[in-house]
Design a protein around this ligand. Sequence first.
Ligand code: PLP
Length: 777
Amino acid sequence: MNNNNLSLIYLDANATTQVLPQAAQAALQAMEHQFGNPSSSHITGLQAKDLMEQTRQKAKQVIGAGNGKLIFTSGATEGIQTAIISALVAARTQLKANNQTGENYYLLYGATEHKAVPESLKHWNHILDINAKVVAIPVDSLGNLDLSFIAQHAAKSLMICTMAVNNETGVFQDLKQLEKTIRQASLSTFWMVDCVQALGKTALNLEHTSIDYAPFSGHKLYAPKGIGFVYIRQNTPFTPFIAGGGQESGLRSGTENLPGMAAFKVIFEQLLQADSSFAPQNTLHQYRQQLADTLQQAFPQIVFNHSFANSVPTTLNFAIKGFSSKEIMDLFDAANIRVSSGSACSSKVTRSFVLDAMGLPAWQSESAIRLSFGPAMTQKQINQACERILFAAKALSQSCMVLDDTNLNDALNHKTPLQGLVQLRSGASCTWIYADAKAKQALIIDPLPELTQRIDTLLQCQQLTVKAILDTHGHADHVSGRTLLGAQHLNDHQCDQLGWPQTPLRLRDNKQQFEYIEVADKWLVKVPTPGHTNDSISLLLCTPLRKHDTLAQNTLFAFCGDTILMNTLGRTNFTNSCSESMYQSIQLLSSLLAPQTLICPSHDYHNEFATHMMAECQRNPLLQQVIQGVVSVDEFVAQKQILDSQLNDNVGSEIICGALQSQCASKLSPITEYNRETLDLALNAAKVKLIDIREPHEYVLQPSMQSCENVPLTRLVQFMQQHQADNKFEWVLVCRSGSRSLAAAQAMQRLGFTHIAHLKGGYALSGTPVKAAVQAA
Ligand code: PLP
C-alpha cells in the first residue's frame, strides 16, 4: 500500500453522510429543471408541488405514518423544537385549564439522548414559563432506559423524550416495551421518539404506536444537509414553530427545500425497493463483525463499549486500553480513515456523556471512538477499511506505542533510536523519560501508573535498560507507577521511597554538597526542595561537572515536580506541606539554575510543555519576589495561603496541584500564521524551516512536506533545549489541524523563541503534503 495517496475511508456516517450520487443528481435536476415554488399556481409551481407531495408520500410509507402528519423541516433539530413546543404549549393549556402549575410535573428525557433534546426541553420549559422539572431517565450498562423509573414518573410527566437508536453507540430501545410502560402509567403524556439514527437501520411502523412526535434528518442517510421531517400522530396537538407564508398547510412556513426533497425522495425509493443499493440487515451485521474482528486483531487491548445484541449493526463504539481517543483519531486521520471521538468536549476533559450515563469505566469514556457506516456500504469498502485499519495500527510501532513482532523490515518498522527527553502525558500529568541511544540507558521520572504499559513498550521497543525510576515527591493525587515498572525493569535496586539509590556519588556546587548518579554520559543530581511536600526533591540532568563548572552552566533539564509549576507554584496546603520550606527551596533552585534552564514539572495544565525561571518570573510576581529576596518568608507564607485557598480542587478527575493564577493578558505577540500559498512562497525563498510536530506514526502514515523535520510534541522539550540559541530561522510548525502547532508555537514563543510560526488549519486545510519523506510499503 502506498501511503502517499491513501484514498479516503469515511466511517463517520452517524455524524453525517456523503450524498448518494443518485440523490445528488436528483437535487441538481430539481435545481435546474423543477425549480418552481410549490406555492405558485402555474405549471412550474405545480410540478414542484407534485415532487414535494410524492416525496411526502414515500416518506410516510417508509416510516409507516398512516394517518399521521408529516411536515418537512430543515433537519432533526428543528423537528425536535417543533415537537417540544407543540407538546409544551398543549400541556400548558391543559395545566391552566386545571388551575395547575408545571412545577409539580416532569419533563423526562433519556440520559443518552442527543443534546438537542434536553437543551430544547430546558429552553422551552423556561421560555414558556412552565417550570417543570427536567429530569434524565437513567440507563443501565447496556444503554437500556430504566423502565421502572419511567413507570414511576410517567403519570406526573408532561412529556417523555426518548430515542429509537443512539447516535454514539447504536443502542436501540425496545419501543414496544417502552410504550407499554408509558401508556400503562399515562395515556395523555406526550411522547417524542428521536428517530434520526433509526431511519434506514431499523423498521419503523409509527402508525401502530402511540408515539406522538418523531423527528428525522436527511443528512444522516445520504440526503443533503438542510432537509428533514417530523411525524405527528393523528390528532396530536401541533403548534407551528415557524410562522409566515403558510406553507405546509400553515404548519411550517418558509419556501420549501425542493432540491433537498428531491434527493430525499431517492433515498426513500431505495428504502422501499426490494433490490436497492442498500445492503440488507444480515449483510450489515456481517460488515460489523468483520470490522470488529479486524479491530480486535489490530488492537488486542480493544474493549467494545456496547453490546452488539442491542445495537444497530452500523455503529461500533470502542476504546483501546492505553490510548486516548485523540490519539486514535490522530492515527486514523493520518491513515485517511475518518471516525469520531464519540465524545463531547467539555473544557479540557474529553469524555462521552453517553458512556458515562451507562456507567462505563472512566477510561472507556475518555478513550471512546465511534466508527459508523450506512446501508450503502459495500463489501469492497469494508475490505478496504479493514486493510487500512491494520495498516494504521502497524504504524504505532513507529512511535514505539506497540511492539511489532512481525519483524518486517519495511518503512513502518524503521525506528530511529531514541535520544534525549520524552514527555508522556496522562491528562495534565507528565512523566519524563530520558533515553541515551548509544548507552541504551533510560531514566524515568514521575511515572504515572496509567502509563506503565506505554513506558514498558517504549523501553522494550528501544531496547533500553533502566538506570533509575524516580518520583519527585510522594504524589497526593495518584499512586506512583514506580513499583510496577521497577519490578519489570530494575533488578535488586536498593533505593529510598522516591527511588533514589542508596549509594549515590557526591559533588559540590556553590559550597554545597549534592548527591548524583550517572545516567549514560550525564549526571542526575538530587536537590532537596521540600515545600509542596516534605519529601519533594528536584532532579537536575546535567553534563558532568568538571573543575569550576557549575550546575547552572551544565544543567539541561530540571525536574522540579510540583515545586515550580507553569504559571503557579505547587500547593502547600497538604498536611505534609510547608510554605516556609518552599521559600527556601525556590531560592536554592534559583541559585542552582540558569534563568533559561528548562524546568520540566509533573503537571502541565495549560499545554505549555515546560518552562524556565525567566519566563515564570515574568508572570509570577510572587516567584520573582522570592528570588529577588524582596518578600519575607512570613509574607510569602501569607500570600501562599491566599493562593492555595483559591484552589479549584478537582478539574475533571484530577486533583489540581497548584492554584492556577489568572492568566494575565499575554504580553506575547500573536503567532505568525501561514497558509499554503504564503508557506510555499517562504519555502521557495528558503526563509523558513518546517517542523512537523505530529507523532512518528502519523508522520509515517502521511509523510510530510519536503525537507521537514519530525519533532513530535512528546519530544518538543528536547528540541527546545537543543535549539534555545538558534534564532536564525523562522520555524514553522505543522500538524494535522493547526491546533497542536499553535499550542507548541505559543509555548516556544513564551520560552524565548522569537522566530516561530505555524501553518493555520494544518494539513487539513492545506491539502495533502507535497512530497513524501518516507516511502511506505
Ligand atoms: N438526534 C440525533 C440522534 C442525532 O444523531 C442528531 C445529529 O447528530 C440530531 C438529533 C440532530 O440532527 P440535525 O443535524 O438534523 O439537526
